[in-house]
Design a protein. Structure first.
Length: 247
């Protein structure tokens, strides 16, 4: 686990420094279309397992024409560059315990401690750019995504079509997510990794919750919970000036 923990530490460092982050990822073809660039029309980012896939697929499903979205890299550098370039940005956030346990189930190589450290570092850095983005809480995104997108339009003056959160539309999103998942895994459906609700994942969380009570974990979990609560507070609504964004 030590080797993986060290790798996560390096990833976090790179993810907080846009120059390193974008130079590293732009040479990797599979990630290029996910990066923020001058053509990006919307950024949707968040800690893993915070509704990222649902938010992106539902957004795409609602639009009448293609929109270039930067997403799914789970690093603050994406938000930092978007703030500098004044690109509309939606940051997703989920209660830390739920998000962290879900991520550890999907990626067993990552320890709960490292997952919490990533949660804390991601949102502490993103909080510095709070006035340049819209926050979408997991419960909102998965239950009334249209209202979240309306806030994006109101803040940035965009005209994105809101998602109609009907039963049929939600089922359509989950169906599309499952199709993508099967296509990426040779037709196999992995209930531990798929980005939608799963009884298998839910049943795996209870045993892991015991680890959250470990002394070295409790303080980190409390810090993550405090950050989550801070995001529930209203922001100033002002766009971050270029001079305050360090890239």
């Amino acid at each position: 686990m030590m080797k993986d923990d060290k790798r996560e530490q390096v990833r976090r460092y790179v993810g907080e420094h846009p120059f390193l982050f974008f130079n590293f990822y732009k040479v990797r073809p599979r990630y290029r279309h996910l990066l923020v660039d001058r053509r990006t029309q919307l950024v949707i980012e968040g800690f893993p397992r915070s509704g990222n896939t649902f938010a992106v697929v539902a957004f795409e499903q609602a639009q009448h024409k293609p929109v270039r979205i930067a997403h799914h890299l789970h690093m603050p550098a994406q938000v930092m560059r978007a703030a500098r370039w004044r690109i509309p940005t939606l940051v997703l956030i989920r209660k830390p315990t739920d998000a962290v346990l879900s991520w550890v189930i999907r990626e067993p190589r990552i320890s709960i401690c490292e997952a919490l450290k990533h949660y804390v570092s991601f949102y502490e850095k993103v909080a510095e750019y709070r006035s340049a983005l819209v926050v979408g809480f997991f419960e909102e995104v998965t239950q009334d995504y249209g209202a979240v997108l309306e806030r994006v339009n109101e803040k940035f003056g965009t005209r994105f079509s809101p998602f109609d959160h009907s039963k049929d539309n939600v089922e359509g999103v989950f169906s599309h997510i499952e199709e993508r998942h099967r296509a990426s895994r040779g037709g196999w459906l992995d209930e531990e990794r798929i980005a939608r609700p799963s009884a298998v994942k839910a049943s795996m969380k209870d045993p892991l919750k015991k680890e959250l009570q470990a002394p070295h974990i409790k303080d980190l979990a409390a810090r993550a919970e405090a950050i989550y609560k801070d995001f529930a507070l209203p922001s100033t609504g002002e766009v971050v000036p270029h001079s305050t964004v360090n890239e």
